[in-house]
Design a protein around this ligand. Structure first.
Ligand SMILES: C[S@@+](CC[C@H](N)C(=O)[O-])C[C@H]1O[C@@H](n2cnc3c(N)ncnc32)[C@H](O)[C@@H]1O
Length: 373
């Protein structure tokens, strides 16, 4: 019986796609069917995922472990999902004012839709190859080599799309950071190797030092000419000015500056369920992190590109800060978040789009005459 229920749950979905259907979406449909868990053990793992996600509103991966921890603890029973660049020949494009979003594979879209040297800032936050489930597939390649071959392909494209004075920020897992470093330093100038440090409220590692950071490479095409708006990202100092000390090192004594350009260790909390910016995605990045990057490395009106948009955080912050943007996302489930979050449309395929309903937003049960309503 259990087997029957699971089969029903994972039966291929051939429902009508409605007015938005294009060839690429037919391909997506095929792809998600292929990626649906096929074996009984895969189905149990996925069922567990659905139950935990439904009950808590947080994916099990997000709930329990940090991104980098997850790599070494990935459940071997979840089938590998390889994201190729071959299954999305016709992307879907939607736009409002200077905000454009694509549903499709980043590599062909970068190739076909984005002119060379047309972008001032790129923020790339790809799948990390750590076995995290991202909607219809597992973020896991057969080995580091095939994963990095894929990364090198889109990295080369990103570099080609960057304007001569443009900046590229690349996030990756700690495990793969050396590959990225070696590749990038041959092609662009790496100005900073930033550590995004966060605390984790999830289960802490007990038998090793748990992962509390993710690397971000800050690169520029031309180390002599690039945008860096230091005055827009100043933070309060934690040293002399705080203690009202006087700096006697110069010719004239003066109070210590009370603000400074942030160093290369950034502390921002991860996006949590209770935060208003929360969307249903396992690796959503905080708006505060994108705000620092966009303010520092672009000017109003500049074009900002995110080839792995997820919940379209980059586009949302770019929109708020008056930048033009392009966001690309492979999965329809996440693309719909972008359509809504960027106020491009209120429905998609006739489906009304609404923000995630949080459990603590639901109307509390009312007691009437001793009975729960
Ligand atoms: C680490 S997440 C990005 C999260 C995003 N920065 C945010 O704040 O929500 C990576 C995203 O890349 C998407 N993705 C994976 N392969 C892709 C591809 N070939 N083209 C475009 N997007 C892809 C995944 O579906 C996932 O949503």
């Amino acid at each position: 019986m259990i087997r029957g229920c699971l089969d029903l749950l994972f039966a291929p979905n051939d429902s009508e796609m409605g007015s938005w259907q294009t060839k690429s979406q037919q391909n997506f449909q095929t792809y998600s069917d292929q990626a649906a868990p096929k074996t009984l053990s895969d189905q149990f793992v996925f069922l567990h995922y659905l139950v935990v996600t439904y009950a808590t509103g947080i994916s099990p991966a997000q709930n329990l472990v940090d991104d980098n921890d997850f790599c070494d603890q990935a459940d071997p029973s979840i089938s590998e999902g390889i994201m190729t660049s071959a299954h999305s020949p016709v992307p879907i494009r939607m736009a409002k004012d200077s905000t454009t979003i694509y549903l499709g594979d980043a590599i062909p879209i970068l190739n076909d839709e984005v002119p060379d040297s047309s972008v001032q800032l790129i923020f790339a936050d790809p799948p990390y190859n750590i076995g995290k489930r991202l909607a219809n597939f597992n973020d896991k390649w057969p080995n580091d080599e095939t994963y990095m071959q894929w990364c090198y392909e889109w990295l080369d494209l990103c570099i080609a799309k960057l304007d001569g004075t443009g900046s590229l920020y690349v996030m990756c897992s700690t495990q793969c950071a050396p590959y990225f470093d070696l590749f990038l330093r041959e092609r662009v100038g790496i100005l900073s190797r930033i550590i995004w440090h966060y605390d984790s409220s999830g289960v802490q590692a007990k038998r090793y030092f748990g992962s509390k950071y993710e690397p971000i490479f800050h690169c520029v095409k031309n180390k002599k000419r690039y945008t860096f708006n230091a005055h827009d990202i100043l933070v309060k100092t934690n040293t002399g000015a705080n203690r009202k000390l006087i700096d006697y090192r110069g010719r004239t004594a003066k109070p210590y500056n009370d603000d400074k350009v942030p160093g290369n260790v950034w502390e921002f909390p991860r996006v949590r369920y209770r935060m208003s910016e929360y969307e249903n995605h396992p690796t959503q990045k905080p708006e505060a992190l994108l705000e620092r990057i966009i303010l520092a490395s672009s000017n109003p009106g500049d074009m900002v590109l995110d080839p792995f948009a997820g919940t379209f955080t980059t586009s949302a912050v770019a929109q708020r800060l008056g930048r033009a943007s392009i966001g690309i996302e492979l999965q329809e489930e996440f693309f719909k978040i972008g359509v809504r979050r960027l106020d491009i449309a209120h429905s998609y395929n006739n489906e009304p789009l609404s923000p995630p309903v949080k459990r603590f937003h639901r109307r509390p049960n009312v007691i009437s005459g001793g009975r729960l309503l």
